[in-house]
Design a protein around this ligand. Structure first.
Ligand code: 13P
Length: 249
């Protein structure tokens, strides 16, 4: 399984800052991602073009957008289409991030629409799933993962497998400094792995990433767990030094 080391920059960095961070990252890594790994940077829309240009200096590095709207074009004020994202030099998109589910009210159906449309338009998609603290305390982790995955993957064909990744990001671990423990991560990833195998009816080829307070100090432990094929990093990806430590963990 290929390893995906992903940075989600959220609403941080101008285009200049994004390019400078990627150039720095490339320098620290000697111009290429570690063997067997791909590096993904999900940058703000306004920085996509500059980030993609800077990423040419890093072999095995790719740029993604953090969101998109599931239509070709049209009267959707403030939204961005997959074609626009691709034209800016990005090849990936995040779909279903918990901040969009919970702060911006996106539901499973809308997320499913985005996922299918992005794949149709030739983007690689990282689908984010994960439970809230309340749902965890109610013992609903498996029900939530099953619901989020099955609704997002409705009518997603087997041919999409090579263009899909799933990130498990428990909402209570995002930006809190409190990463999920190895047991919790393994349980959730085993569950997600089984659901993916069931959905596509074959041995899992879709990379499964963990996200939520990943730092240089805990990255190696998390990456060594079964069914963990990479990490999706917020805060600790903003500085090239700390993200490099994670990428090389
Ligand atoms: P933090 O690494 O800052 O907890 O953010 C995780 C995340 O939301 C990545 O998508």
């Amino acid at each position: 399984m290929r390893r995906l080391m992903a940075a989600n920059w959220k609403m941080y960095k101008t285009s200049e800052e994004a390019a400078a961070t990627i150039e720095h990252l490339s320098k620290l890594l000697g111009g290429s991602a570690p063997a067997g790994s791909e590096i993904l940077v999900f940058a703000p829309f306004t920085a996509l073009e500059a980030a993609a240009a800077a990423m040419r200096s890093l072999q095995g590095g790719y740029i993604g957008a953090q969101n998109m709207y599931p239509a070709e074009n049209g009267a959707f004020t403030g939204e961005i289409s997959p074609d626009m994202i691709r034209a800016a030099g990005a090849s990936w998109v995040l779909v279903g991030h918990s901040e969009r589910r919970h702060l911006l009210g996106e539901n499973d159906e809308f997320i499913g629409n985005k996922l299918r449309f992005a794949l149709e338009k030739g983007l690689d998609v990282m689908l984010c799933v994960g439970e809230t603290l309340q749902e965890r305390e109610n013992g609903e982790v498996s029900a939530v993962l099953e619901r989020q995955l099955s609704r997002a993957l409705t009518e997603v064909p087997e041919t999409a497998i090579a263009h899909l990744a799933v990130a498990y990001e428990p909402v209570w671990a995002i930006g809190t400094g409190r990463s999920a423990g190895p047991e919790d991560i393994m349980k959730a990833h085993t569950l997600a792995a089984n659901l993916l195998e069931k959905h596509f009816g074959r041995v899992r080829e879709v990379p499964l990433l963990y996200g939520g307070s990943v730092k240089p100090e805990n990255a190696a432990t998390i990456l060594a767990l079964d069914n963990v094929d990479g990490v999706l990093v917020g805060g600790a990806s903003l500085q090239a030094e700390s993200f490099t430590k994670i990428v090389t963990a």
